[in-house]
Design a protein around this ligand. Structure first.
Ligand code: ATP
Length: 268
């Protein structure tokens, strides 16, 4: 059981309009430290837009985002990243012609203070290399260190993406569908990595994910979005039993989920 901490990230009356369309409709959400907080909802519910607002990739129409109590609403994405918020970009931040190790080492160097110095001391290079190796191991890419990123199978690309993020030492990880495009056989390895990140005891993860079994099994809290608004929030058990959620979203899935959760409750 995770020990919940202070509020790490908070959105207040956060709104994003695209022309006449309200993608995020005055959303209030609080993410507590050391929790795995999932955001679910049907296609077009506004989950990715919310992520873009939280990570500074998009400016809200109105409303605020606070990180550790500090207003970060209009900070550029790189400043937000330096505060300790990492965000997955669904593969686009991978350099395809660099190796796995180089990709991760660059991300580690980008965090360091001497990334723009032309003549770096050899010691600091070694330090980044060592850190990169540790991350490679962490995301289960041992044996693939010297493969070009472009040659990795899809599941390994997703692991590399996580590795690049971890090399930046974020306190908060925003993961947008980390299992997208993965086969069911590849999912457990990714789940294990997510579990190990949470086991560090100092990390917080916000996860957008469509695989309901995964969301229900790993989340501490779940927020359900629907048409840009928050429909419900609670523990996986509360969400699975929530009547409004059932009719709006979970539908026929509910029967299986409720049975699963009853089983888990019974085993505790
Ligand atoms: N850049 C954009 N310009 C115009 N409309 C957009 C833009 N981005 C998102 N939208 C619209 O905003 C709404 C919310 O989209 P968003 O991608 O945030 O939903 P989502 O919950 O992440 O969906 P999915 O699960 O399909 O990824 C949708 O109606 C979408 O078409």
């Amino acid at each position: 059981m995770t020990v919940e901490g202070e509020i790490l990230l908070e959105a207040r009356s956060l709104r994003k309009e695209f022309g006449g369309l309200v993608a995020v409709d005055d959303v209030n959400i609080q993410i507590r430290e050391r929790t795995l907080h999932s955001i679910i909802g049907p296609n077009g519910a506004g989950k990715t837009t919310l992520f873009n607002l939280l990570s500074g990739m998009m400016r809200p129409t109105r409303g605020q985002v606070y990180y550790r109590g500090r207003d970060i609403t209009n900070l550029p994405p790189h400043r937000i990243a330096h505060l300790g918020i990492g965000r997955s970009f669904q593969i686009t931040n991978i350099f395809p012609n660099l190796t796995v190790l180089e990709n991760i080492r660059l991300a580690a160097q980008a965090l360091g203070k001497d990334n723009f110095r032309l003549f770096r001391p050899a010691g600091s290079f070694r330090q980044y290399e060592e850190k990169a190796y540790a991350v490679v191991k962490r995301v289960g890419l041992q044996g693939r260190e010297f493969d070009l990123a472009l040659n990795l199978p899809h599941g390994d690309k997703r692991k590399l993406e996580l590795g690049i993020m971890l090399a930046g030492e974020p306190q908060l990880l925003l993961l947008d569908e980390p299992t997208a495009g993965m086969s069911s056989e590849q999912v457990p390895a990714l789940l294990e990595i997510i579990h190990s990140i949470m086991a560090d005891g100092d990390k917080t993860i916000v996860l957008v994910e469509h695989r309901m079994d995964m969301v229900m099994s790993i989340s501490d809290r779940i927020t359900v979005m629907h048409q840009g608004q928050i429909l419900a929030e609670g523990t996986p058990q509360e969400i699975a039993r929530n009547q409004t959620v059932q009719s709006a979203y979970l539908g026929e899935l509910y029967g299986d989920l409720a049975a699963d959760l009853e089983d888990k409750d019974g085993q505790r």
